[in-house]
Design a binder for this molecule. Structure first.
Ligand SMILES: *Cc1c(COP(=O)(O)O)cnc(C)c1O
Length: 548
């Protein structure tokens, strides 16, 4: 907004010049497709949708600068140029706070620097150690950062190696891994390693609705409940908690942000008990924006400065780089050089010398599944688009318009009288609490949130994600885990793809569906009830509310 001649509407921050036309599809045609795909919304053809809000994962519209960067992609098999660019981009944002040398490596490559000595000294042979992204010989001697093409693959590599190490040391033991909110794939990966995931947040605060639908300052509903965390560690025993996870922003807990104060406290607790703290950071940039706008002492700091402080508190992280508008593909796994994770999971000889470095074990897994450490499942051009996208996520104007667009949708639902909207909106999506939407009338065995999602597809061609009783497996959980489950559906908004026109259509559709909520069918699972991450593959069937 111009300060001199203020208007009461936001100033546009971008425009679009590639257009995707949509076909006109009838309700009957969508109904036919729903039946043919066993009412599994992941299997519904996107070509039949009007608006797809299933996920913001990799669905981002790229900027013209990102598209241009594809041509700079180096597809070499060993140490492609993008490898250096990407690791230095991460150092710039996660470690150097955007201070000096911002984008130096990227710009040397963008301007096709031919000064060989400069490239050798400042890019190819540069040594880094002690942080999250070793470089040069240090990355070979103590590998600690692994490009992996997406978040869940990074999780899976981490969990498998951690599981192998724990099994060698303590065969048969069951471990608990707490988080402020495990994402569905994180939870799936933890369960597949035989451990118990726990979600420690404040559910009462999550569902609190402020007067008029607005808080003065964002209350950071994604925070870890510190008391519950200490209780859990002492309850199951510190030796049975190998890692503490922290999801930033907290996707499962309605995309809500986490405060810097909370991150700092979790780090203190983790280190008091000598447990490595691992971040799950798909949306670190949004979270940094929320801290800047709502937490005292951060108003004058940049997104990169805030990100650097945030990352100083972790011992390692898994990252999906497909969110926050970074790129269509990308991910990262990293841990602090010689930090707590490395100390706890490496094997040392009695004289203190290294027997087996956990980084080497992770690298073996990375190589056997995703290719070598220079690209980890990504093409050279994807790596370049990601580096550019990471820098763009640090742009305040972009993040500001993104978060405000999400809030526009949440307020639209609220003003339309839809019950159960989680307020304030998260950074990437709006969530609706299905227990409240259905006036508490539908039991946990009805999977009514999934009924809602499928009915939204059938009537209006809008696809959203159920992240409640069905996807988060209410029926397969212990009572204490059940109490930690938020029965929600998620309307994800990806970068710069949807306009206000789309959001107004979604608001009108949800309002209409809310007013006719009695007619939304329940769902039963016909096949795949016990499969890991069943929502990606189970078969469902609608049934009338009166039937059982
Ligand atoms: C999306 C996401 C993941 C998984 O990442 P992918 O890149 O989709 O595999 C993990 N954690 C969180 C918090 C996410 O939002």
């Amino acid at each position: 907004m111009s300060e001199k001649y203020p208007l009461n509407v936001p100033t546009p921050t971008h425009f679009t010049y590639v257009v995707k036309d949509l076909p006109k599809v009838t309700v009957e045609e969508r109904e036919k497709a729903l039946k043919a795909t066993h009412y599994n919304e992941f299997a519904f053809p996107s070509g039949l949708l009007t608006i797809d809000m299933l996920s913001d994962s990799g669905t981002t519209a790229m900027t013209n600068t990102q598209w241009a960067s594809l041509f700079l992609g180096d597809e070499a098999y060993g140490r492609n140029t993008g490898y250096y660019v990407l690791l230095d981009t991460f150092r710039d944002i996660f470690e150097r706070g955007g201070e000096k040398n911002w984008k130096k490596t990227l710009d040397l490559v963008r301007t096709d620097c031919r000064d060989v000595e400069k490239m050798m000294n400042e890019v190819y042979l540069c040594e880094y150690e002690g942080g999250l992204f070793n470089g040069g010989a240090a990355q070979m001697e103590r590998p600690n950062s692994f490009i992996i093409q997406q978040g869940r693959a990074a999780e899976s590599v981490l969990m498998e190696i951690v599981k192998n190490i724990l099994t060698e040391r303590h065969p048969g033991k069951v471990f608990t891994i707490p988080s402020n909110g495990h994402f569905d794939t994180t939870e799936g990966n933890i369960k597949q390693m035989g451990s118990i995931p726990r979600n420690l947040y404040n559910k009462k605060l999550l569902y609190e609705i402020p007067e008029g639908g607005k808080y003065d300052k964002n209350p950071f509903k994604g925070n870890m409940d510190l008391e519950k965390l200490e209780e859990l560690i002492n309850g199951v025993g510190v030796q049975n908690v190998p890692l503490i996870f922290m999801c930033i922003t907290n996707n499962t807990v309605c995309g809500q942000p986490v405060s810097m104060a909370n991150i700092r406290e979790v780090n203190k607790i983790a280190h008091k008990y000598n447990i490595p703290l691992i971040f799950d950071v798909a949306r670190w940039a949004e979270n940094s924006y929320f801290i800047k706008m709502n937490e005292e002492g951060y108003e004058d700091k940049s997104i990169a400065e805030i990100a650097s402080e945030m990352f100083s508190y972790c011992d390692g992280f898994c990252m999906s780089a497909k969110k926050d508008g970074h790129a269509n593909m990308g991910g990262m796994l990293a841990f602090r050089d010689k930090g707590l994770f490395w100390q706890k999971f490496s094997d040392f000889n009695e004289d203190g010398s290294m027997k087996m470095d956990v980084g080497v074990r992770l690298k073996v897994k990375q190589i056997s599944c995703y290719g070598n450490d220079s690209y980890g499942g990504m093409s050279g051009h994807d790596i370049m688009a990601l580096a550019v996208g990471l820098y763009e996520s640090c742009d305040f104007n972009y993040m500001d318009s993104r978060v405000k667009q999400v809030e526009y949708l949440a307020q639209g639902f609220f003003k339309a009288g839809v019950k159960g909207v989680v307020l304030p909106a998260g950074g990437h999506a709006v969530y609706i609490n299905m227990d409240e939407f259905f006036d508490g009338k539908r039991g946990h065995d009805t999977f009514a949130g999934q009924g809602f999602s499928l009915e939204l597809i059938r009537r209006y061609g809008i696809r959203v994600a159920e992240l409640g009783d069905f996807s988060m497996e209410y029926d397969l959980k212990t009572p204490e885990q059940q109490a930690e489950l938020a029965n929600v559906v998620r309307f994800a908004i990806d970068r710069s793809r949807l306009s206000q026109e789309h959001l107004d259509y979604v608001i009108a559709a949800v309002k209409a569906l809310y007013e006719d909520r009695e007619s939304i069918p329940n769902m039963r699972i016909l096949w795949g009830k016990n499969l890991p991450m069943r929502h990606f593959h189970a078969f469902l069937e609608p049934y009338k509310n009166e039937e059982k």
